[in-house]
Design a protein around this ligand. Structure first.
Ligand code: ADP
Ligand code: MG
Length: 254
């Protein structure tokens, strides 16, 4: 989709000087960035640079020590996020998946999604209809009766995304949803992400392998040691000496 043409430059989230330490570890260090409605924004950086902590702070898993996180509602209303618990942020439209998928074990794919849908719909009938619609939309009909724990890893990750959709998010944060996948599974997963974005859902795409984001993201932000290193179009960012240094320093392929 091309939401930026319809709605140029409308911010959905704004992170200003966000800071978080765990004891002596300064995980996120005065980090600032904006997320625009409808975009697929990449958040990249070497392992341990603070990406998951950033998502955890934005979704309320942890509270930030200082700085500001702002969320703009669909009507443009401004919300300062500060100590609102994760379920409340989810109700506001902020959803995420985890680096390691966390299915409701022993439930089928359908029931995993339905369980979340029940929380976000007025009746069970509506929840069922929404679950069916998500499964159909993502093309997961074949796996709907499979037990989630029996699914191969890539499908477990897709189910996690489908389940997050049941919360009717406006922004979805995907934390390393490609980790451990083969090249063809990565391609299929990127298609699922594009489909979700085509519904107007803003995506914050967290990844440490930079090449994976080049064809997906319109814009990327590079993090290093908790800080904002640089940002821009993926192809431009990848050429920057400071980015190459940050990655080669860790032995990663840029
Ligand atoms: P990334 O997702 O980029 O790999 P993380 O955000 O997971 O990085 O971690 C950033 C730093 O914060 C690391 O040094 C990590 O060990 C530390 N960290 C993250 N979460 C915690 C926690 N709950 N307690 C202590 N240290 C943490
Ligand atoms: Mg992480």
């Amino acid at each position: 989709m091309e939401p930026d043409k319809k709605n140029p430059g409308v911010k959905i989230m704004e992170v200003k000087n966000m800071d978080k330490s765990f004891g002596g570890v300064h995980a996120v260090d005065t980090f600032s960035f904006d997320v625009y409605e409808g975009e697929i924004l990449g958040l990249i950086g070497p392992n341990g640079c603070g990406k998951s902590t950033t998502v955890n702070l934005m979704t309320g898993v942890y509270n930030h020590d200082s700085g500001e996180i702002i969320y703009y509602g669909a009507d443009g209303s401004k919300h300062i996020l500060d100590k609102q618990p994760t379920p409340l942020r989810a109700k506001m439209g902020i959803a995420r998946t985890f680096q390691t998928p966390k299915p409701f074990s022993d439930m089928t794919v359908f029931d995993n999604i339905y369980t979340v849908a029940m929380l976000y719909n007025k009746s069970l009938k509506e929840a069922r209809r929404q679950t069916e619609e998500i499964i159909e939309f993502l093309g997961f009909t074949k796996m709907l009766n499979e037990k989630s724990t029996k699914l191969p890893i890539e499908k477990r990750k897709w189910m996690d995304m489908a389940r997050a959709l049941a919360a009717k998010p406006r922004i979805l944060m995907l934390d390393e949803c490609l980790a451990g996948l083969t090249p063809s599974e990565i391609e299929e997963s990127l298609e699922v992400v594009r489909k979700i974005n085509s519904r107007g859902i803003t995506i914050l795409f967290i990844e440490h392998v930079m090449s994976a984001v080049v064809n997906l993201c319109q814009r990327v932000i590079v993090m290093l040691e908790g800080r904002h290193l640089t940002e821009g179009a993926p192809a431009d960012v990848m050429k920057k000496p400071e980015v190459i240094r940050a990655y080669l320093g860790e032995g990663y392929k840029v």
